[in-house]
Write a protein that binds this ligand. Structure first.
Ligand code: PXP
Length: 238
């Protein structure tokens, strides 16, 4: 499995004081030098953490895979087509939420999403749709032309070591096999940490994990370089 590190929280910390410390670009560079396979950033409509400047600087100054998480809006599509990141992950966005709360309801807007992502795919960007692990959402996603889904692991992460863990985990497993049957590749992320990530190896064929909060939190104590390496050991099963 590959590891994409979500560095939004480095920008959250920077923005807390309005200056340019800690540097988002330096953080991205450290993650890549530590072995991460890519950098993930969510450019939110309210720019609460990552800014337009950040995404263009990561793309232009670092030779790394950039995964841009974005809402399905006209503004974001325009930015993505100018930025040309390696991939775009389409997420739902709600101004009041602390972090992305649920998956996209692809089943309710299959045609709209198909139309929205077509120019991104034509521009050579890999598109993934962030969805809850539900069969209806997986099959709807396979009708949009997106090459990937990203399975929302939040419910599994919250259920970890609780009674509902087995049930939440089996939803991920079943959604992943359905996606493969429908010829769509699978990433996963949200809420994964140093404890709950290893079980993901029991699911066959997940391509990449996108992990942010847990890595940046650990970095406070052991440094970003070590935090990324420690997660890579788990993701690569070393
Ligand atoms: N994947 C998606 C689509 C997300 O929105 C987020 C959070 O920004 C993540 C992965 C990473 O989640 P976490 O910060 O909980 O690791």
């Amino acid at each position: 499995m590959l590891l994409g590190v979500n560095i939004d929280h480095v920008a959250t910390l920077r923005n807390a004081r309005g200056g340019d410390e800690p540097s988002v670009i330096q953080a991205a560079k450290i993650c890549i030098e530590a072995g991460a396979n890519g950098i993930t950033t969510h450019l939110r409509e309210d720019r609460r953490h990552i800014t337009d400047y950040d995404v263009f600087a990561i793309k232009n100054d670092l030779n790394c895979k950039l995964n841009l998480e974005m809402a399905a809006t006209y503004e974001m599509k325009k930015i993505a087509l100018e930025l040309l990141p390696h991939s775009c992950c389409i997420v739902p966005e709600n101004r009041q939420e602390v972090t992305t709360e649920g998956g996209l309801d692809v089943a309710a807007q299959t045609e709209k999403l198909k139309e929205f992502i077509a120019p991104l795919i034509d521009a050579g960007i890999q598109v993934s749709l962030f969805i809850d692990p539900e069969p209806g959402q997986v099959s709807a996603a396979s009708k949009t032309g997106a090459q990937f889904i990203e399975l929302h692991t939040g419910a599994y992460s919250l259920a970890f070591k609780r009674k509902s863990e087995k049930n939440e985990f089996s939803k991920l497993k079943q959604s992943c096999s359905l996606a493969h049957m429908l010829d769509i590749k699978v990433n996963a992320g949200h809420g994964l940490n140093y404890e709950n990530v290893s079980k993901i190896h029991e699911i066959d064929g997940i391509y990449e994990l996108n992990i942010g909060h847990s890595i940046i939190s650990k970095a406070v104590f052991i440094g970003l370089d070590n935090a990324v390496k420690e997660m890579l050991n788990l993701v690569n099963k070393i």
